[in-house]
Each structure stands twice: as structure tokens, then as C-alpha cells.
Design a protein around this ligand. Sequence first.
Ligand code: ZN
Length: 488
Amino acid sequence: MAETLRMGVTGAPEANPLRVGQKVELLEISRAWLVDPVAGREGPGEIVVRDGILEAVTWLEGDEAEGIGPDGVVVAPGFIDLHVHLREPGNEDAETVASGLAAAAHGGFTSVCAMPNTTPAADEPGVFARVRGAAVASGSPVELLLHGAVTVGRGGERLAALGELADAGAVGFSDDGSPVKSPVILRNALLYAGMLGVPLFEHAEDTALTVGAEANEGYVATVLGLKGWPAAAEVVAAERAIAVLAAVLPDAPGARLHLTHLSTAGALDAVRRAKAVGLPVTCDVTPHHLGLTDEWVAGARRWAWDAIGEDGSARDPWADGALVAHPYDTACKVNPPLRSAEDAAAVLAALVDGTADAVATDHAPHSQVDKEVEFGLAANGISGVETALGVLLAAVGAQRMTLGRAVAALTTGPARVLGDRAGRVGARGLTERAPADLVVFDAGAGWTVSTATLVSRGTNSPLLGRELAGRVLLTVADGRLAYRDAEA
Ligand SMILES: [Zn+2]
């Protein structure tokens, strides 16, 4: 714990705690580990926030720095999530804008980009206005950015009013939940979105290969009797989208393709090759696809890097005695599915080498009625915005990734994907004289994921009952309090 973690707010006596949404009048954090991904610097330091402004960032050296490490209190810029589902309007039992923004703040996020697969879909600016109204009413200072639908009603038939959506501030276009249905629509969408300077966020899935699919195609699905979900469904969709992008570039030089929640070695290789020849392709990966594997569906609960043998192939959870939970837990059902340990290793490697630009959570809260059914019938999705940091810190703790890379993947990486449509996001460094936008977490303190500790209405997480490192103590967005741990 840092020696000083003091907060105050104008006119508020000590007994009157700072409330979410209020300006942070004074915050002093001494003897913490600072991570500034813009400066590419991390180390011992101190910060002072006054009147909501990050007034001073002081790096410590010599004796002053002694005893301060990255395994204690860490201060980093607020995280950006390129991909969340807030369920409002239409499915407020699962999540609302207010509960989703509160959950995001608990996860250390100060900006989130909501996907348009609400009911109705965000295919015209009126839905944007409604969602933004809910964000304002929530009082949360977490920045809500919006993706617009590619097609009307996400039906895949007719392009939505992309120009109007861009004018209304869309940060991306996506039919997420589903892929853009046809290559013809994809081509037109990339052309128009390219002229508008807005990236197309594609959910890469060839649905002809995933009809009735339940779990990643392979050994685990076979043993469990679940219908396989082939990696090829993602690989061919990713390659097709990249090929279409290459074809439209001469006519729309501003076209940009972002492949979201990639989960397979093959799709990441396709991105790697596309980047190598200079195509404007970016991608994100989720914490659950790098930290969890398909053996979780069988009841294993070990991290992906512990599920792989020295020869680089997935271990057998039955032979290992690794099964500790009930099989067929629908909290493990997600699209794309939890993959093999080999794919998870490829996802992590892609994040480390920069092929993957960002970590996005694909936060997909569901109500219990949509999950307490047979595995094959259960809704796809994991409530993940609050556990992302913990999963990444597990990888850091296992020395699979550096803390600096994890923070960059949550800050500068997604900011670059959003480019000049990033709103308040900016560059996301620890920048003096800018409005304070940061997360303070204790990398050495754990918290247990439970229906009580999750802020989201969706408690559909395979991590329930597990202790994660990196308790978030404080989240400050735009100079205002977004989240504060009860004990901080
Ligand atoms: Zn998706």
C-alpha cells in the first residue's frame, strides 16, 4: 500500500465521502509504481491531482525509490475498452448504461465503446441520443463512445445511414454479435466508412461453418459431445475481410479494418501478414481468449499457460486430473468460443509482439434466464469488463507479458485504433496539466470475483469464486471520481 492515498472534495468534511461523478479536489499518491505508456516509462513516483487536474507527476530515484515495485500500488492512465455490450435499450435485465459504466469504472476503464447490437440496434442517431441520455443520467464520468451498426437493424441487407452515424460521433461501424453478412455489403461498408474516416469493426465468423456450434472444435468438444466450432470459421472470415479491404483501398484510401476478439492462431497470422505489407488492419484480443481455454468447459480452471505442455501442445485435463469444476458451465460459452491452449498461446504471443493492437473485453453481460439452460442453448458471452485487469496481471505474474505491455494494450493501443475519433481519449499518458484520467490498483492485493463483488448486472463469469490480483482502488475519469474501493 502506498504511504499516502489522500482524497478530498471541496466543502466535504472527512465524514462525507466523495461520490461518483464529483470532481477530485485533491488526490496525492506517494510511493507508487507509475506506468506511462505514452512516454514508454515506468518506475517509482508520485502524483498530485488538484481540482480534477493532474498537477504533478514526479519520478523518484535513488533512496527515495527504494522498496517501490510493480507488485504494489500502480498508477496508470485510465483504460479504454473498444468493445462492450451495455444492453440498453432493450435488455436492461442484463445491463444498463448506468450499471455498465459503473462496472467499467470498477475494472479501471475510463472510456468504453458500446456495440450497437441493442434493441433497437444503433443504426441511426436517435438511438445514440437515447444511450447518451442514459449515460448523462447515470452521473458516471466514464466516457461512453458508440459504435454504429453497419446495416439497418443489423440485418445484413441494407447499409445503415453511415454518414449520419459518423456525424453523430460513431467511433466505429459494426454488426457485432454477427459478422457483416455478405462480402458485397462488407465491400460497400469499407468504401463508405473509409470515405468517412471511420474504422469498420468486424466480428470475423463464417457462419456457414458454425451452424449449431457449441464449443471449440477439438478434443474437449469431442469428449463432451458438443458440436465443434472450427477455428477455420474465424480464419477464413478474417482473410476474406482483409482481401476485401485490399481491394477497396485504391478507391477509398481512408478505409480501415479492425478485427475484433480474434481467438485463433490462423486469424492472427493473417493480420500479421497484412500488417507486414502495410495494409491498414488492426485487431484486438480478449482477456478470456488469452487466459482461458476450452478445457474450462470440461471443468478445468487453470490458466492457458499452465494448460500447455513443453512440446507446445495442449495437455489433457482428464489425464492431468485438472478438472475441478462442473462441466458444461454456461458461463464458459462465448462467441468466439474458448479455444485450445495452442490458440490461447498464439493470442498472447500476438499481443506481446504487437500483432494485436489492443485488449478489448467483449463485455457481454447476460441475465440468468439466458444462461441457466442447456449448454448449447445458452447465450454467448462473458461479463468481463471487471476481470480484464486481473487476467492480464495473471499473465504478467506468470512472466508471459510485461506490465508495461498490458497497460499499453489497455490505453495507447486502443487509442491508436480509434485514431482521431477518440473523443476525450487522447493519447492516454500520465500528462501533467491535463484532466486526471487514471486508475490506481494494488497489484499485490487480490479480490475474489463473486456475484457480490461484480458491479455489472451480468454475473456470467467463469471466474466466479476465483481470486484475481490487482484490486482497483480508485478510478478517476475526466478529473472526476468514477470508482473508489470501500477500503481505499
Ligand atoms: Zn462479436
